[in-house]
Design a protein around this ligand. Structure first.
Ligand code: GYE
Length: 322
């Protein structure tokens, strides 16, 4: 009998050790995070989604992921569904800057903190979210202007710019436009002769430049400024069907820094790419953790970006991964 109870005690001891986790580990709450993403409009966006989902998993959060297929109405529904499920925190990548007031007020009323990923919402609603993690977009327009001033040093006026903007009312489209204008405002040689939207998509970028060509003689255009690399791919593919040489007859500037753009830069078909890093998942979840732990976090957490151009050492650029 004594021997049997000794064996039982030993068995109990062994099973409690083999679980490998202390009681406090197993009791630790797994937070549930709702992540409302815009869509998969660009390679950049696909990498951004992967980065967020991977980092969330690594940090041991349960992520409820929803893709709104480019619709703000859909995104608002997605956020409401997270509120109804009583998630612990919501990550929102807002497709456009405005129109979030009501749904964010509902999140505040439900005591669910919101962290904004990648794109900003308008200033007046900034009290409705905790913090922002993403690129400092206005700087990207200014960096493009700096490149243009260097490239066109000593070239007489006029220097005609055509701009292919991202999606209408999206914060990176608004700020990349404003950033460029800010950067060239002290140099009157530059003038923007057309500015159209290409929705951050390759096919729409191609369509946009094709439409510009109907109302403008592209031989009079000195610069095309595209708000992202996918649209640049579309623009270059269109120009290559004409007798205009992209990167030579027209200087092309882009934003994002995905592999396709670096390849075009190396081939001399575009001239400048401002890096916008989509790999913000890790930074995002550091911030999410701080918010959930009730710590103070800065209102804006910016990723950094480099400038790749025909003036850079292009063979030093590492594989981009997006
Ligand atoms: O540049 C573009 C994407 O919001 C900064 O959205 C992001 C932009 C990015 O579709 O490629």
């Amino acid at each position: 009998m004594k021997r049997v109870s000794f064996l039982i005690v030993l068995l109990l001891l062994l099973t409690s050790c083999s679980a490998g986790k202390s009681k406090s580990d197993t009791d630790k709450k797994q937070y549930v995070i709702g992540f409302s993403q815009i869509s998969a409009e660009s390679s950049w966006r696909e990498r951004n989604t992967e980065s967020v989902l991977d980092a969330g998993k690594k940090a041991d959060y349960k992520i409820l992921y929803k893709n709104a297929n480019q619709s703000q109405a859909e995104q608002i529904k997605d956020v409401r569904s997270f509120i109804a499920s009583r998630v612990d925190l919501i990550i929102l990548t807002p497709i456009v800057e405005t129109g979030w007031k009501h749904v964010l007020e509902e999140a505040v009323a439900a005591d669910i903190p919101v962290v904004i990923n990648d794109r900003l919402i308008s200033e007046e609603d900034s009290h409705l979210y905790q913090t922002f993690v993403g690129p400092n977009v206005p700087i990207q327009g200014i960096q493009t202007a700096d490149f243009l001033k260097k490239k066109f040093k000593n070239v007489p006026a006029p220097i005609n710019i055509v701009e292919i903007q991202g999606s209408k009312d999206a914060s990176p489209a608004i700020s990349r436009h404003a950033g460029l204008l800010e950067g060239i405002k002290d140099d009157t040689r530059f003038q923007m002769i057309a500015s159209v939207h290409g929705d951050f998509m390759l096919s729409k970028g191609r369509e946009a430049i094709k439409n510009v060509a109907k109302s403008h003689d592209l031989r009079q255009v000195d610069v095309i400024y595209c708000h992202n690399d996918d649209m640049t791919d579309g623009v270059v593919s269109y120009l290559e069907e004409t007798d205009i040489k992209p990167g030579k007859d027209i200087i092309i500037c882009s934003v994002d820094g995905q592999q396709s753009a670096i390849n075009l830069l190396k081939a001399g078909k575009i001239n400048c790419v401002i890096e916008c890093d989509p790999n913000m998942g890790e930074m995002l979840f550091e911030v999410v953790t701080a918010v959930l732990e009730g710590k103070d976090v800065p209102k804006e957490n910016f990723t950094t970006g480099r400038i790749f151009s025909e003036f850079s050492e292009l063979n030093k650029i590492e594989e981009r991964g997006y």
